[in-house]
Design a protein around this ligand. Structure first.
Ligand code: UT7
Length: 318
């Protein structure tokens, strides 16, 4: 395993939407959303494309890495769906950046960043790439039923990127799937195919929120236990827990069970909502910008999402 992150970036749409604005057209309230989720506002694309957000995040990550786009050997995008079903978002980004290296998408729901890290790590280990650009970008607003208060208040749009290269930061990475598509899904439709007996429409997010909540708390705990065991370290030796930002109550439940101080569990969900696979790399970007991660810090990253997928990794920051 040989990987380190050398630069990060973000691409966030300009329009911020407050809970109050949602309550203008939905039967909801700022009080309900804040107390049940911790979310105060989220950014929603009004004119930006996902390619725009991805390119902004990628350019910033390249600049911070002191690399030019043509020095990238591989582009991996993580997204539920790009601007097109095909070509991939990674191909659209390649067009924007003017690169000619291989580029493809991974779709592991909200766990996509950890999956992308695993793919990047394998390419580096196989010496098939030296500099890899990972961009996690999600336009959740297009997958929402904006009349469904159970889901549309939860998510936001945004992108975050990082450049990875050979290094020793990544100490542990574990992926898994506990397959149960019914708990969280976005149905794809059958188009106007005249031969289907029962046409399905393109659908919106379906989510059994409490099932996901319980799964998430258990999955992060189990994932942490396995990581600590594999590395022979204690919970106290983890300096920062970068958890998928789906609900502040999920983060709080895990922190309480682990009896760890609040400052070890950074959150930004109050400003962005759930950004699916972009949530952990965006949190990472912000912590680095605020100089809250220093060389030698041990980071535990853990994500869960549709599938149900999980991914956990430990990095000692270089
Ligand atoms: O990224 C991974 C994917 N997602 C997640 O990880 C989400 C995990 N789950 C959750 O975060 C929480 O389960 C939710 C935030 C989705 C829901 O919170 P909850 O505390 O589990 O609420 P609930 O679903 O039990 O709903 C409680 C009540 C219901 O009313 P009744 O049936 O008790 O009268 C809902 O209809 O709250 C109502 N409700 C709302 N009320 C005002 C649901 N959404 C809203 C809303 N505003 N936006």
């Amino acid at each position: 395993m040989s990987l380190k992150i050398v630069g990060t970036g973000k691409g966030i749409p300009a329009r911020s939407v407050t809970n109050q604005e949602l309550s203008d057209f939905l039967d909801t309230s700022d009080e309900w959303i804040v107390s049940r989720t911790g979310i105060k506002s989220r950014n929603i694309c009004s004119h930006e494309t996902l390619s725009d957000l991805s390119a902004a995040a990628a350019r910033q990550a390249l600049e911070k890495s002191h690399l030019l786009a043509n020095e990238i050997d591989l582009i991996i995008c993580s997204t539920i769906e790009g601007d097109f079903r095909t070509p991939s978002l990674a191909c659209c980004l390649s067009h924007d950046l003017g690169t000619m290296c291989p580029a493809f998408d991974v779709n592991a729901g909200c766990t996509g960043f950890i999956y992308a890290l695993e793919v990047a790590s394998s390419f580096l280990a196989a010496k098939k790439a030296n500099n890899i650009l990972i961009v996690c970008a999600e336009m959740m607003s297009t997958h929402m039923d904006w009349t469904d208060r159970n889901t549309c208040v939860l998510f936001g749009d945004g992108a975050a990127a990082c450049v990875v290269t050979n290094g020793n930061a990544l100490k542990y990475l574990d992926l898994s799937v506990t397959a149960n598509p019914a708990v969280l899904n976005i149905p794809s439709g059958t188009g106007n195919n005249p031969f289907v007996s029962k046409p399905r429409e393109n659908g919106f997010v379906n989510m059994r929120g409490q099932d996901v909540f319980k799964f998430a708390v258990g999955a992060v705990e189990t994932g942490l236990k396995q990581a600590l065991h594999a590395l022979n370290v204690s919970t106290e030796q983890i300096d920062l827990f970068l958890l998928h930002q789906a609900n502040k109550r999920i983060v709080d439940s895990i922190r309480t069970k682990l009896q760890q101080p609040e400052e070890k569990f950074p959150i930004n969900i109050e400003r962005y909502g759930n950004l699916s696979s972009a949530s952990i790399p965006l949190l990472l970007f912000e912590l680095l910008e605020e100089n809250k991660i220093k060389s030698g810090d041990t980071l535990f990253m853990s994500a869960f999402g549709a599938g149900l997928t999980t991914g956990n990794c430990v990095m000692v920051w270089e």
